[in-house]
Write a protein that binds this ligand. Structure first.
Ligand SMILES: C[S@@+](CC[C@H](N)C(=O)[O-])C[C@H]1O[C@@H](n2cnc3c(N)ncnc32)[C@H](O)[C@@H]1O
Length: 286
């Protein structure tokens, strides 16, 4: 199975938009759950260079023990180094710890891990939309088997828009991109769920007996900012490439759209919004 690799620069570029977008109520739910457990063993799936832990550490109380899992050893090394630095600088007295584990998430076995290292919270950011329906179904079953809460955030939900100037081709590009998102990403067999992932996860967690809350988390990139231009350039580029791949007969139209939208972005006339869905699931008291 080919490995889906993510660029550290891309993950770092998104960090500010990710952190601004995330739903804070769900952090409080997770923090309360950990308080009730009197222990904070947290597994971060598809941790990349540590984006999710960097965001959550200030929210989740003292003595957090993180286990970051990813198949990309270089990203994990970077995550560990930057998290240890952040803990040392900002949370030195709180007793946090970070471990990493290089692993293919297709072989994830939370019940086995839970026997050596009891897990309280399973989390991931920007991961579920890469996964197949069967993988998400197994994930919910494994969380149920270990009775851990789950916080899965920044799952793309397919609603993005370029704001400020309307463009008749945006909708075609958006639909083509959303279809492209469902190509297999190697996380579970078969197509990825893409924009449907958070909804499928919600159904699966409810099925296994969890109370589920979902909230939207939208990247809001304001027209004219240097950050919007940097992240927006990459987004429009990705949407353009996906549209050309899905609808090759319209490549010329998409190329013209690409230049038009990039010019408007660079001159500060348009901003961008990208919709995500965050999900928190907690085992119902039995
Ligand atoms: C979109 S990135 C998100 C990274 C990080 N959670 C963040 O929010 O920046 C998805 C991550 O999942 C990892 N990943 C994808 N498929 C995987 C698999 N089959 N096994 C382990 N990690 C995987 C990638 O290496 C990448 O770090």
């Amino acid at each position: 199975m080919s490995e889906l690799l993510f660029d550290s620069e891309w993950l770092t570029l998104r960090r500010r938009a990710d952190h601004q977008a995330r739903d804070t109520l769900l952090n409080e739910e997770a923090a309360y759950w950990l308080t009730q457990r009197h222990r904070s063993h947290i597994v971060d799936l598809g941790a990349g260079n540590g984006n999710n832990a960097h965001y959550l550490i200030p929210w989740l109380g003292p003595q957090q023990h993180w286990r970051l899992i990813d198949h990309d050893a270089a990203l994990l090394k970077e995550a560990r180094r930057s998290l240890e630095e952040a803990i040392q600088s900002n949370h030195a007295s709180e007793g946090h710890g970070v471990e990493t584990g290089q692993m293919d998430l297709n072989t994830l076995d939370l019940p086995a891990l839970n026997q050596q290292w009891p897990i309280d919270l399973v989390t991931a950011s920007a991961l579920l939309d890469l996964a197949s329906a069967a993988w998400i179904e197994r994930l919910a079953e494994q969380c149920h088997a270990i009775q851990a809460a789950a916080l899965f955030v920044l799952n793309v939900n397919g609603h993005w828009s370029i704001t400020g100037i309307k463009d008749g081709l945006d909708e075609t590009v958006r639909q083509a991109f959303n279809t492209h998102q469902t190509k297999s990403k190697g996380l579970g067999h078969g197509p990825a769920l893409g924009p449907m992932a958070a909804f499928a996860a919600s159904d699966q967690f409810k099925r296994v007996g969890f109370e589920v809350q979902t909230r939207t988390s939208v990247w809001q990139l304001l027209a004219g900012s240097a950050y919007t231009k940097a992240l927006g350039f990459q987004l429009i580029n990705g949407w353009h490439q996906a549209a050309c791949e899905m609808l090759p007969d319209q490549i010329h139209e998409f190329d013209v759209w690409f230049v038009r939208r990039q010019t408007q972005l660079a001159s500060g006339q348009v901003g961008i919004e990208v919709g995500h869905t965050d999900l928190y699931a907690e085992p119902l008291a039995s």
